[in-house]
Design a protein around this ligand. Structure first.
Ligand SMILES: Nc1nc2c(c(=O)[nH]1)N[C@H]1C(S)=C(S)[C@@H](COP(=O)(O)O)O[C@H]1N2
Ligand SMILES: [Mo]
Length: 413
């Protein structure tokens, strides 16, 4: 067992040690947290100055984008420390401002209704006792991760690359719950609803739907734990949907209501929001109009440097380890390649432990510069279908699905 595994194992033991892990849920005034003005961080684009805050419940040293509803980003150095993103550093994104500041695990119910044979209302204990435990490691990435790098700039949360995180999710398969309730033959979609709401009643509830076959694929799950502990409130306590390989907009938090539908969901958040240009990289020209749009769906491969910052100086002739993280998106990761000469030549990076096809994976490569000057380091990932990250960035008005090859300029002296 390496250190990371041991840590997870201990966390898991702690979790298995008692249902007490699900028994927390009251916080004082968490959602109006004021920033701790002492620490700040500069994200690498114009207007990227941000405050680091520990004022939100169960969160420490995270990047504040917006207080209410919360938008908080993971500082990128966290990703150098391991492939599991700690819960207290994990990014947070909510659309609506009326978020419960406490959820009582004793009275909480998860309802399953609609086109089912029997309507059910499950307690957290039911989930723990009546259904097999299911676990998967998967990357949770916001559709708008890296939006701040779009050129020309686009409106929306100005994230750098930290609107993502990787965790081991524990809970139950959605399939098991739907089969328990009994899906009727004419079902087409399943809709998920959380406990959050807008401040005025006219605001549409945040609900997302999945096709029935997807919902029943045996991988889509309902998590009650993240990295071996109850979900932090802001990451969806007590339950959230986990949709491996799909953008996080589908990962409905504080999930309390599942409705099986016999016609396609027409609600705002499924039918009108989170649409992308209907082409592989969600790519159009600024100003382009009249193109077909479809709901955002599966994630593309990405790779990042975690131990090299732009502008650092490397010693001439001194071997250096370059490392980072990568993931395959919907399909697993096949390979990561590294270039230390601006993409003229590429070497295959070595990969760290494999925690499954939806997980982050660490990569490592060696660099040894023989000439001084400015060098461009690049990294690119290929998934198991042979799909590689593109050389040119995509663009769309919502700033979704960035996955361009990452590069960083360093100097050698
Ligand atoms: N109930 C609810 N679930 C939600 C959202 C929301 O606004 N309300 N936002 C979604 C979006 S767009 C993202 S990116 C992820 C963020 O997950 P996290 O806050 O746990 O990182 O939650 C998803 N689930
Ligand atoms: Mo998102």
């Amino acid at each position: 067992m390496d250190n990371q595994e041991r840590h997870i194992y201990q966390q898991r033991r702690k979790f298995l040690g008692g249902l007490g892990a699900l028994g927390l849920a009251a916080f004082g005034n968490p959602l109006n947290a004021a920033a701790d003005q002492n620490k700040s961080i500069a994200l690498p684009f114009d207007n990227g100055e941000r405050v680091l805050t520990s004022a939100f419940p169960q969160k420490s040293d995270v990047i504040l984008l917006r207080t209410r509803p919360p938008l908080i980003e993971t500082p990128f150095d966290v990703f150098d420390q391991g492939v599991f993103t700690p819960n207290d550093r994990f990014y947070v994104r909510w659309h609506l401002a009326d978020i419960p500041t406490a959820v009582d695990p004793a009275t909480f119910r998860l309802d399953i209704r609609g086109h089912v044979n029997k309507t059910v209302s499950l307690t957290l204990n039911d989930l723990l006792r009546k259904f097999p435990r299911f676990e998967i490691t998967a990357v949770n990435q916001c559709s708008g991760n890296s939006r701040g790098f779009f050129s020309p700039r686009v409106p929306g949360g100005q994230w750098a690359n930290g609107a993502m995180g990787n965790a081991r999710w524990t809970g139950v398969r959605l399939k098991d719950l739907l089969e328990y309730s009994g899906v009727r033959t004419n079902a087409v979609q399943v809709r998920f609803n959380g406990l959050d709401a807008g401040v005025i009643p006219q605001t549409p509830k945040f609900m997302k739907s999945l096709a029935i076959d997807h919902a029943l694929d045996g991988e889509v799950m309902i998590a009650y734990a993240m990295n071996g502990e109850a979900l932090p409130l802001l990451n969806g306590y007590p339950l959230r949907l986990v949709v491996p390989g799909w953008y996080a907009t589908y990962w409905v938090k504080m999930l309390h209501d599942i409705e099986v539908l016999d016609k396609p969901d027409n609600n705002f958040w499924t039918a009108k929001a989170y649409l992308i240009p209907d082409n592989h990289f969600a790519n159009v020209h600024p100003g382009e109009k009249g193109f077909k749009q479809v709901p955002i769906n599966t994630m593309l491969p990405r790779s990042f440097f975690t131990n090299v910052r732009p502008g650092v100086t490397f010693r001439l002739g001194q071997p250096m380890e370059i490392r980072g993280i990568a993931f395959g998106g919907l399909h697993g990761l096949r390979e990561v390649q590294f270039s230390s000469d601006g993409g003229l030549t590429w070497a295959v990076a070595s990969l760290g432990q494999d925690y499954g096809k939806y997980s982050f994976r660490q990569w490592r490569a060696a660099a040894n510069f023989k000439t001084p000057g400015t060098k461009m380091l690049m990294v690119r990932a290929t998934d198991t279908t042979g799909q590689m990250q593109p050389n040119n960035p995509n663009w769309n008005g919502a700033g979704f699905m960035r996955n361009v090859v990452e590069s960083v300029d360093v100097s050698v002296a």
